[in-house]
Write a protein that binds this ligand. Structure first.
Ligand SMILES: Cc1cc2nc3c(=O)[nH]c(=O)nc-3n(C[C@H](O)[C@H](O)[C@H](O)COP(=O)(O)O)c2cc1C
Length: 192
């Protein structure tokens, strides 16, 4: 059996995110989301530590997180504009998966490799959602790095961080393509 998969390669060569603010209902059901999470968890993970987990933020929880963003932003002295921009992902969100990095104790696997693995899970989830025909977007926002927000809003433990919020719903309007990197300029070939 050939391992070639031209359709998968074509998808990877043309994939692009759909800005979260353009996503509309419906979002995937729990049943529809499970294969996407399964695909995401099939990511490189040195030492099989599973240094990540998922928190699925459903529509009903979005308003609570928008309000908490407001409270945390005020406590941090953020401007009204910064707060409004940050809470927008929850005000407008249909469904988002918080990919949580869990720092696992290990003598062998450096912490940075656990972070890379969590980042890989974010991209794998984004790509699985896009491949399944959903619009999807990887967002962070200052609140994703704020301990009060993470602990009060999502119950994160001390050894946990948010690697990203992957918003998944229906594409509203297709975004224009954005400039892509010049591969020749950023690639070095070492041949001796
Ligand atoms: C870790 C991480 C955090 C991001 N956070 C945001 C964000 O908060 N707001 C935003 O507009 N884009 C954010 N982006 C950028 C978008 O996810 C994405 O890169 C951009 O829309 C183009 O994606 P594409 O190359 O898949 O088309 C973030 C990207 C990464 C990797």
């Amino acid at each position: 059996m050939s391992l070639k998969n031209p359709a998968a390669l074509e998808f990877l060569l043309t994939r692009r995110s759909r800005p979260a603010k353009t996503l509309v209902a419906p979002a995937p059901t729990r049943e529809e989301l499970m294969p996407l999470l399964t695909a995401a968890a099939r990511s490189p993970d040195h030492g099989k530590l599973e240094p990540w987990r998922f928190i699925v933020i459903e529509r009903a929880a979005m308003q609570r997180l928008a309000g908490l963003t407001e409270t945390c932003g005020q406590a941090l002295g953020k401007s009204a504009e910064d707060i409004a921009k940050a809470r927008n992902q929850f005000d407008m969100g249909q469904l988002a998966v918080a990919v949580v990095e869990i720092r696992k104790p290990s003598d062998k696997i450096p912490a940075i490799e656990q972070t890379y693995s969590a980042g890989a899970v974010c991209l794998a989830l984004l790509n699985a959602a896009l491949a399944a025909g959903w619009g999807a977007n990887w967002l962070s926002g200052w609140q994703s790095h704020d301990r009060s927000f993470c602990e009060q809003g999502l119950g994160l433990a001390e050894n946990e961080k948010i690697a990203g919020f992957i918003h998944i719903a229906t594409e509203g309007k297709a975004p224009p393509e954005r400039p892509r990197p010049d591969i020749a300029a950023l690639t070095q070939w070492v041949s001796e």
